[in-house]
Write a protein that binds this ligand. Structure first.
Ligand SMILES: [Zn+2]
Length: 431
């Protein structure tokens, strides 16, 4: 069987597991883990920023072990921490970057045209956050509904005119909505799939909620980019799964939602947007770009265990190079500070053991984080003005996926000879 032959593959595909994923087993097909991709050591939850009065308290660290399933090639973490523990207090107020918002607006225009969406259509976003994306559909007069588990965030969406229900998404929620006649012409999810512990319940829900001729679009960081680009800092406890197109095609097909198209995007260090429809819908053909990406993944060996084998040694070398740079800079008496406080930064800093011995502080645009400390490393977070007050020699850009935008915003540091450092795919200094 050719790895490209998705139809043939799905015939022999393990049926999706039902119920909650079991410890030590693949959250899609239930196969026991035997092949580790990388061990990133112990790390705290990346969004658990500390207040000053918490610095002397005990802090919870969990393993960050990444596995690849030998049967379906889903790359994943075990659920060391329950979803509820992570997300109950996860007030992710989208401090969305400007480039991300324009990405969303473009998507909305594109979908309205591509799917002929009108005032009669219905669009649903899963994990719609504060309505950052659906607001653009509402502005164009297209009925939209958000599903968002965090009540405080949903309230902000409502205030922007985006109707939002406060629920976790899965088969139960989808059944309720479908019974109320709320099936959708377009269902979308951006960077939510990775965060779903019960993948089969989530995708099973999409199958129920999608109208007969509807389309599902889902965006997620592309595993091919994560592995090839040494992007190990994409791994954190909140991200349970890491998808190749190959793995995603198997999983969606098993739920009767075959993928018929895919787009490659530059967001989050290289993402893909998959398009799925009902297996029963015969109106859409597989696109050339889908066939092309399948071929590229197959050439890379994405469905072979050897593809994953040298990742760990490359990750360790990336760590050594970053530490080498920092040790030299500190020996030369240079001042190094950070920019940003993203989840990926916390994985990087904890894995590499970088604390205030190397990085004095970091700055972030989000006022919610000011005066707090990064989990594990206890690096303090200040407003961006602190850069100008302290005139550091190097600014280590933690959200390196936004490096162009950030270097443009902070171009002024060059006045005192300040330079930018980007840690991934390997440490690079920008004059
Ligand atoms: Zn599996």
């Amino acid at each position: 069987m050719s790895p490209l032959d998705v139809i043939e593959r799905t015939r022999t595909w393990p049926s999706a597991m039902t119920g909650r994923p079991l410890p030590g087993r693949c959250r899609f097909c239930g196969t026991s883990f035997r092949h580790r991709v990388v061990d990133l050591g112990m790390s705290p939850l990346c969004e658990s920023f500390l207040r000053a009065d918490q610095l002397n308290q005990m802090e919870a660290f969990y393993p960050l072990n990444v596995w690849v399933c030998e049967r379906c090639f889903l790359v994943q973490l075990e659920e060391y921490v329950t979803w509820e523990e992570i997300f109950t207090d996860y007030a992710y107020f989208s401090s969305f970057s400007d480039s991300w918002l324009s990405h969303c607006r473009l998507y909305v225009d594109q979908m309205i045209e591509q799917l002929d969406l009108t005032k009669e259509s219905s669009v649903i976003e899963i994990a719609s956050n504060d309505g950052y994306l659906l607001q653009f559909f509402v502005q164009r007069g297209i009925p939209a509904l958000g599903i968002e588990p965090a009540a405080n965030v949903a309230k902000v969406a409502e205030s922007k005119g985006v109707p939002t229900i406060v629920k976790f998404f899965g088969v139960d929620t989808a059944r309720e909505l479908a019974a109320a006649g709320r099936q959708a012409d377009l269902i979308l999810g951006n960077n939510v799939l990775a965060q779903v512990p019960n993948l089969n319940d989530f995708i099973g829900g999409l199958k129920i909620l999608l109208g007969p001729a509807g389309v599902v679009t889902i965006e997620f960081p592309h595993l091919l980019k994560t592995i090839d680009g040494n992007q190990f800092d994409q791994v954190y406890h909140e991200h349970f799964s890491y998808f190749s197109l190959y793995a995603a095609e198997g999983i969606f097909a098993a739920h009767g939602l075959p993928i018929f198209d895919v787009e490659e995007l530059s967001t989050h260090g290289g993402s893909i947007r998959i398009y799925a429809h009902h297996a029963e819908d015969t109106t859409r053909d597989v696109t050339d770009r889908l066939v092309a990406l399948r071929a590229r993944e197959a050439d890379a060996g994405i469905a072979t265990l050897s593809y994953y084998e040298d990742f760990e040694s490359r990750v360790r070398e990336t760590k050594r190079k970053l530490l080498e740079f920092l040790i030299e800079a500190k020996r030369a008496g240079k001042r190094v500070v950070g920019y940003g406080a993203p989840g990926k930064g916390n994985t990087l800093l904890n894995y590499c053991g970088i604390r205030t011995d190397f990085v004095d502080f970091t700055v972030d645009r989000s006022p919610h984080k000011h005066g707090k400390f990064l989990p594990g490393t206890h690096i303090p977070i200040f407003p961006p003005e602190q850069l100008w007050a302290t005139r550091p020699d190097y600014v280590l850009i933690l959200p390196w996926n936004l490096k162009s935008e950030i270097m443009e915003q902070l171009a002024g540091i060059r006045e005192w000879g300040g330079r930018f450092v980007v840690p991934i795919p390997e440490v690079t200094v920008y004059p």
